[in-house]
Design a protein around this ligand. Sequence first.
Ligand SMILES: Cc1cc2nc3c(=O)[nH]c(=O)nc-3n(C[C@H](O)[C@H](O)[C@H](O)COP(=O)(O)OP(=O)(O)OC[C@H]3O[C@@H](n4cnc5c(N)ncnc54)[C@H](O)[C@@H]3O)c2cc1C
Length: 465
Amino acid sequence: MSSSGTSPADIGSFWLASCDDDLTPRPPLAGDETVDVAILGGGFTGLWTAYFLSQHDPTLSIAIVEREYCGFGASGRNGGWCSPRFPINPSALTRRFGKETARAMLQAQQTMVDEVGRICEREGIDAHFNPVGVLTLARSAEQLSSLHRGFDAYVRLGMEEGCELLDADRARAAVHATDVHGALRLRAGATIHPGRLVRGLARAVERRGVRIYEGTEVLRTAGHSDPALVTASGTIRARRAVLLAGEAYLTGQASHRRRLIPMASTIMLTAPLTPEQWDRVGWSGGECLSSYAHTTNYLTRTADGRILFGSRGAPYRYGSDMCEAALRENANFGWIRDRLLEWWPTLEGVDFTHRWAGYLGIPRDWLPSVHFDADRRIGHSYGYTGHGVITSAICARALAGLVAGRQAGAHAPYVREQAPNWEVEPLRWAGIRYVQNAFLRMDKAEIAGRRPPLDARAATYLGEP
Ligand SMILES: Cc1cc2nc3c(=O)[nH]c(=O)nc-3n(C[C@H](O)[C@H](O)[C@H](O)COP(=O)(O)OP(=O)(O)OC[C@H]3O[C@@H](n4cnc5c(N)ncnc54)[C@H](O)[C@@H]3O)c2cc1C
C-alpha cells in the first residue's frame, strides 16, 4: 500500500501486476541527510537521471525521494512503446526548429531506443525489449492524407530510409483490421514491459549506490544557498543539485502549476489470445501499432500474447486536478473496448482482464523542458506528451550533463528554462475540453463515414501543434 492509500491493485496496471518485483514501498526517509544530488520522483525521469549521473561520476552521492513507490506514476502504467517519434510531429518540428535540428532530434530518439535495449542487457533488466518498429495505419480516406503528409515530412528530412509506405494490400496483410487503406512503417522503435523497466532501473541505480526513499512526499523544495527537498520526516540537503522529476504531478507545485497540464490516458488489455485468434488479427510483426485517429490510439502486443489498446483518457479536470478515483471511473473504457472490436470484429466476446489509466504531462507548446540553474542549484525535466519512455531518457541524460557542467548540444531546443504558461482557468478548462470533445466528434464522424463537423476542425490547430 502506498502513502496515498492507492495500492497497485487499485491502479490495475498489468505492468505493475506482472513486474516480478516486490512493490512494498522501500523504507521512508527518517531524519535529515546531505547528499550531492537529491531527486524528487521515482519514475523514468528520476531514475534515468540518477543512472546517467552515477555513470558519469560514480563517486556522487544521490538520493531519490518518491511519494509512493517507483513506477507508481505514468512510468508503471504506459503503453509500452519505446517510440522513435518525438512528441512534436516531424513537419511541425521542421517548421519550428529547422531541418537540421528536426533531423538530429529524431535521430537522437531512434538512437536512444537502441541504447535502452543495450542498457537493459548490460544491467540484466528483463524488460521484454523487442525492436519491432512502429506501424501506423490509415483507416479512412482522411487518415490516408495524414499518412502521406507524415511520410513526406520524413522524406523532406532525408530520413526515408527508416520508413516504408505500405499500400492497402500490404497494410492489410500486415494487420487484418477493418478499413485499412495503407500504412507507414518506421523501422526504429520497440515494445517493452515498462513495469519491469522502471523497477529494474530502480534496482540498477541502487546497485550503483543511489538511495531510494519511498512513501515519502516532498512538501517543499528550496534553492539558492541551501538547496533541499523538505519532507515531513526529514530534509535532504543537496551540495550540487535538487532535481524535480515528477512530470504531470509537478502541477501540484506552485512553480509548475501552469507549466504543464495533467492529461489522462486510458488502457484496456485482453486475455492472451489463442493462436486461432491471432491468425484472425494478423499483426504477426507485433509492431507498436496505431492509426491516425484524432483521439489517438496505441496498441501493443505483449510478450504473453495479449492486445493492449490505449486511447483518450478521462476529460481534463478543472484546475489540473489529478484524481485517482476519476481515472478508475473513467467512461472511456467502454469507448476503447468498442474501438478494439471495431478494428477486429472477429474478437467479439474476447475477455478483457485489466483496465487502467494514468496521467501524463503536456506543456503548452508540446516541447519538453530540461533546465538546471547552476546558481540556485535547482533543475527539472518534464513534458513528454505521451512519448516519455524514450524522451525521458534523452532529457534525463541532458539534465545529468547540465548538472555535471556540460553544455547542451546544438540540437536540443528542449533545454530551456520553462515551458510557456497554460492559460488561466476557466479558459484552460474550456479550451481543453473543447479540443477533447471536438477530436471525439471528428473520430465518430469518420467511423460513421460522415464528413468531420466543420466547427470541430479548428481543434486540429489548437490541439496538434
Ligand atoms: C496511460 C499512459 C500511456 C502512455 N503510453 C506511453 C507509451 O506507450 N510510450 C511512451 O513513450 N510514453 C507513454 N506515456 C508517457 C510516459 O509514460 C511518461 O511520459 C513517463 O513515464 C513520465 O515519466 P516521469 O518519471 O517523468 O513521470 P512519472 O512516471 O509520472 O513519475 C513521477 C513520480 O513522481 C512522484 N512524485 C510526484 N510528486 C511527488 C512529491 N511531491 N514527492 C515525492 N514524489 C513525488 C510520483 O509519485 C511519480 O512516481 C504514457 C502515459 C500514460 C499515463
